[in-house]
Design a protein around this ligand. Structure first.
Ligand code: SAH
Length: 215
């Protein structure tokens, strides 16, 4: 197994800590998962910079510190079943898989799901199920979920996702118009309803309706 050189890995982890990713389990997961496996082509040599980068289908792999902060805010426990909407490169799902019992991740682009599944197999992650689906509707067959993370921006937290969150569960979702600064929201479901906290400004690609037109 090849990973980044020790010094590059140290800088990568230092950048995460300096941007507020302090949870030891999250840092451990991000140390274990090589972001270089999820970035292809001309941007591959920038995989260890704290920047979003282009991937196939006009999408992006999120900035590592944003992945870290969202994961940290989810407060995942080893028994959790997690849903991610927006597989993209698969990087965020791989981090989740290190922390949770089981991860379901969906993307509207079949090509991205295929590529992500190849990386999961390559690095030996067996507790992720990646599928092609419109994640706005969640994954009713596997619901409810302990944790839900949406990695594309919605105008509002989608109703089906709220319905598929367990009581006591946490959902992270960027909310706002596409191409503008959005707000990362943490939703907590209690016995009596939903509490919403604004975490920080973020910028994600939009959550789109329907499936992508690729094979
Ligand atoms: N989490 C990813 C980055 C996601 S980019 C990573 O770690 O690399 C956002 C992704 O959301 C894109 O791949 C896009 O295709 C997907 N997406 C957008 N709308 C969607 C929808 N309605 N259902 C499922 N996936 C969607």
């Amino acid at each position: 197994m090849t990973g980044p050189a020790a010094e590059i890995q140290m800088q990568f982890l230092f950048a995460l800590r300096s941007r507020g990713v302090t949870d030891k389990r999250v840092l451990g997961a991000m140390e274990a998962i090589d972001r270089g496996k999820f970035v292809r082509g001309i941007f591959a040599d920038r995989a260890y910079e704290d920047m979003p980068l282009p991937i196939a289908c006009g999408q992006t792999i999120s900035q590592p510190s944003v992945v870290g902060l969202m994961t940290q805010a989810l407060q995942i426990t080893p028994r959790d079943k997690v849903l991610e909407v927006g597989t993209g490169s698969g990087y965020q799902a791989a981090i989740l898989a290190k922390l949770a019992r089981r991860v379901y991740t969906v993307d509207r682009h079949a090509r991205l799901v295929r590529a992500a599944n190849e990386v999961f197999a390559d690095i030996g992650l067996t507790n992720i199920t990646a599928m092609v689906a419109d994640g706005s509707f969640g994954l009713p067959d596997q619901a409810p979920f302990d944790r839900i993370i949406v990695t594309a921006a919605a105008e509002d937290p989608p109703g089906p996702l709220l319905a598929q969150l367990k009581i006591g569960g946490i959902m992270m979702v960027p909310v706002g118009q596409s191409n503008a600064v959005q707000t990362l929201i943490r939703v907590h479901r209690s016995e009596t309803g939903f509490d919403y906290d604004e975490i920080r400004p973020v910028r994600f690609v939009p959550l789109l309706e329907g499936l992508g037109k690729d094979g």
